[in-house]
Design a protein around this ligand. Structure first.
Ligand code: GDG
Length: 474
């Protein structure tokens, strides 16, 4: 093929897997971002002359570069594109719409135009870099038009798409003025992956209703003879990596220090989330505070540590949420705390992985209560770090992870009384019960790690289009 590049595997994601950092001598460099996706995909990239295309997170113009053993191809976004494509269409239209309209999605035609423009730029770059018959794996809601745009440019490619967030029921998706274009964008892929089977079914149903293609179970039949498969691939974490970290002396020491700093309470409750309105932080803190006000828990003896990592701070809904949480925490601590004993230890900050592992080791009750979440990796990380088989997990029914972590204390995050009971039960559970549940959850997480997830997606992708191109070696 005249215009093809040399990569047999191309990962296309909104962000590159590295962050810009300034070195002590003032020069700048890159640091690998901590996500599990890069851990899972990196070995496959190495074995297949792989490259990763994405936005580097800065407004500088950066040339393609090699870093951390990976070939990285930056896509530049202008300030206006960051506003309209990223903060706008991706995070103020699609994000709330796909999460059960927990916040009201905004629909603006200029934002859509920017989404189309930026998706095209990603598709053109992927078309340039991919070798003939190569595999291209496109990620997430920011890039749903890329599969079709890329197929038009390069029909020889094997294209996979994975959606990390939920795919909404038809009743909600229907609101989107550009619903048909998005469905057609995704249908450019040979395999469309979702976190849960229900999401794949929502997609197939919508394609039948809105685009009019024939479907049978998880297959869509296109008029040109091509088939597209929609299936679930529940994502996971580098489970062994987390366990090894949690077992380290450094983390153990830090866990003890944290507990001491908290005044050695008998129960530590923990929440770790990006500060996002889908995560249910407000309701969970209220539930905990009511338990103290009711006299069921005592601040001398129980504390809630909430880590809220700063996120999407330019988007209005996120600023509103931050103010709401600030006010709530202030009120709860003002009303219920005592000297040296706040009810809630609130940290609006992001931490290294070691600190996260130490917090997980410290927490007697891990509280994960999103209103809607594609998967939720925090729940799985907690389980991976509890090699001692201790620790109770309170988990929302509306997190994808709930389909695998059945032995958690499952809750409906809209039901404050239900959450209060679950927090108490998890905090007061007998050791035997806690250990039994944790053992079962650990088996699930340790046996289904992120490498298995990536391998199964790529194997399915190879199988959907067996007669075509090269097969990526896992
Ligand atoms: C999306 C979907 C799906 C958080 N704070 C810090 C930190 N983190 C890490 C956690 C975890 C990750 O960020 C968050 O992942 P989640 O899965 O919990 O949530 P989203 O960011 O919303 O992710 C989600 C996921 O994509 C993957 O498909 O599961 O449903 O919404 O790994 O540990 N890590 C460090 N410092 C922090 O302060 N080092």
């Amino acid at each position: 093929m005249a215009n093809s590049g040399s990569a047999d595997l191309v990962i296309v994601a909104n962000r590159l897997p590295v962050d810009r950092v300034t070195n002590p001598d003032g020069s700048s460099g890159w640091r690998r971002s901590p996500g599990g996706l890069v851990t899972a995909v990196e070995p496959v990239m190495r074995a297949n002359d792989g490259i990763w295309i994405g936005w580097p997170g800065t407004d500088e113009d950066v040339e393609p570069f090699h870093d951390q053993g990976m070939d990285l191809v930056p896509i530049a976004l202008s300030e206006l594109e960051i506003e309209e494509f990223y903060e706008g269409f991706a995070n103020a239209t699609l994000w709330p719409l796909y999460h059960d309209v927990v916040a009201k999605p905004e629909f603006h035609r200029e934002w859509w135009d920017a989404y189309v423009r930026v998706n095209r730029r990603f598709a053109e770059q992927a078309a340039k870099c991919a070798a003939e018959g190569a595999t291209v794996w496109v990620h997430d809601y920011q890039l749903q038009l890329v599969p079709q745009m890329l197929r038009e440019l390069r029909p020889d490619l094997r294209i996979g798409f994975f959606l990390h967030i939920p795919f909404p029921p038809a009743e909600l998706f229907q609101q989107l003025p550009w619903r048909r274009q998005l469905l057609e964008g995704l249908l450019g892929a040979d395999l469309v992956g979702f976190q849960l089977p229900g999401a794949a079914q929502n997609f197939v149903r919508l394609v039948r209703q809105r685009v009019g293609h024939k479907t049978h179970r998880d297959l869509v039949y296109l008029p040109d003879g091509r088939t597209v498969r929609a299936a679930a691939f529940p994502i996971s974490i580098d489970a062994e990596g987390f366990e090894t970290l949690a077992r380290s002396e450094e983390v153990e020491k830090r866990a003890t220090e944290i507990r001491d700093a908290l005044g050695n309470p008998s129960k530590v409750f923990l929440g770790v989330d990006r500060l996002d309105y889908t995560k249910g932080i407000y309701a969970r803190l209220r539930a905990f505070a009511e338990l103290i006000a009711d006299g069921e828990l005592d601040v001398e003896d129980a504390v809630f540590v909430q880590v809220a990592t700063p996120s999407r701070e330019e988007v209005e809904q996120y600023r509103i949420l931050r103010d709401e949480i600030d006010r709530l925490v202030g009120r709860i601590n003002g009303d219920l705390g005592r000297i040296g004993r706040p009810a809630i230890s609130y940290l609006h900050s992001s931490y290294p992985r070691e600190e996260m592992a130490a917090l997980y080791r410290c927490a007697d009750v891990m509280v994960v209560t999103p209103y809607r979440d594609g998967m939720n990796l925090v729940a799985k990380e907690y389980v991976a770090c509890r090699f001692d088989n201790r620790g109770a997990l309170v988990l929302s029914e509306f997190a994808g992870a709930a389909e695998e972590l059945r032995q958690a204390w499952l809750v409906n995050p809209y039901d404050i009384n239900g959450m209060k009971s679950a927090l108490l039960e998890a905090g007061r559970a007998e050791d035997k019960d806690v250990v039994r549940r944790m053992k079962a959850m650990r088996k699930q997480v340790m046996e289904n790690d992120v490498a298995a997830w990536a391998d199964s997606f790529l194997a399915e992708l190879a199988a959907v289009r067996p007669d075509h191109g090269k097969t990526v070696r896992p």
